[in-house]
Design a protein around this ligand. Structure first.
Ligand SMILES: C[S@@+](CC[C@H](N)C(=O)[O-])C[C@H]1O[C@@H](n2cnc3c(N)ncnc32)[C@H](O)[C@@H]1O
Length: 269
């Protein structure tokens, strides 16, 4: 997720009784997204190959959204996937899509706050968190939380933004976002004891597809709902996000899927 997207998630998530509740903007802006991150079906298939997924594999998908990545992996590799998603609007789409695609036997989508889920130790071959490390506070917290849920020899997979280069322009509105360089993102994984064994980065096409789907969804929703009380919020977030992407995000912000490998005890250095 690029910076204005990630910041959008951070700033649009309001603490409420210790829970984070999404506001209307992401629900509107991502209403047409198959995959809610700047990546593609082809790259998710590549991810599945790198993870060596097969019919015996079990995968956890934290913040599974509208089900895009889970459905691609289940259909391609026949693996079983447990998704957890907090937004009822996104969760409902994921459940419907799984039924439409006859994948409900392989995927289960649970509605809930991933932060409150108890993850059984060593249950999964891979634990994914694509574009949602804010759920646990930070990338380091995400890696630390997911690592115990993965079997030795399995993988922790996080989709995360990074800065392509420094210094960031003074007028870049997202310059305070909690991201670091590509190298330091890998260091965060490796400091937790997981060597990074694959990086699958977003292309400019991935970014443009992901970003401009927001633009179309927002413009169509604003035109169709002029009297909705959420119009000012959706309009201002849409305009900010578009401006930030065009001015600086496209040049300075990267996003990649990082794959960390959990060594078996005998393999550990
Ligand atoms: C960038 S989207 C990514 C969705 C999906 N991983 C994908 O790649 O298509 C981030 C998702 O995190 C979900 N989310 C935010 N906070 C959450 C939480 N505490 N527990 C579960 N899901 C959460 C949002 O509702 C949203 O669907």
């Amino acid at each position: 997720m690029r910076s204005d997207g990630a910041i959008r998630r951070l700033t649009l998530s309001a603490p409420c009784e210790n829970r984070f509740v999404l506001t209307r903007y992401p629900i509107v802006a991502e209403s047409d997204h198959e995959i809610q991150n700047p990546t593609s079906e082809e790259k998710l298939v590549l991810l599945g190959r790198r993870l060596r997924l097969g019919p015996e594999s079990r995968v956890l998908d934290i913040a599974s959204g509208r089900g895009g990545p889970a459905l691609v992996l289940a259909r391609t590799f026949g693996c079983r996937i447990d998704g957890i998603e907090i937004a009822p609007e996104f969760h409902a789409v994921a459940v419907d899509r799984a039924k439409e695609r006859a994948l409900s036997k392989l995927v289960s989508f649970r509605l809930g706050d991933a932060l409150r889920e108890e993850l059984a130790p060593g249950e999964y071959d891979a634990a994914l968190c694509l574009g949602a490390s804010f759920v646990y506070g930070s990338l380091a917290d995400t890696v630390e939380t997911l690592m115990p849920a993965v079997k030795p020899g399995g993988h922790v997979v996080v989709g995360e933004p990074f800065w392509r280069r420094h210094p960031l322009p003074d007028d870049y509105e997202d310059r305070g976002a909690p991201f670091t360089t590509l190298t330091d993102t890998v260091v965060i994984f490796e400091t937790s004891g997981l060597p990074v064994v694959s990086v699958i980065a977003s292309s400019e096409d991935d970014w443009d597809r992901y970003e401009t789907l927001h633009w179309r969804a927002c413009e169509e929703w604003l035109a169709a709902n002029p009297d909705n009380p959420d119009v000012p919020l959706v309009r201002s977030r849409h305009e900010r996000s578009k401006r930030t992407y065009l001015r600086h995000g496209r040049e300075y912000l990267g996003w990649a899927i990082f794959v960390g490998w959990k060594p078996k005890p005998d393999d550990a250095p």
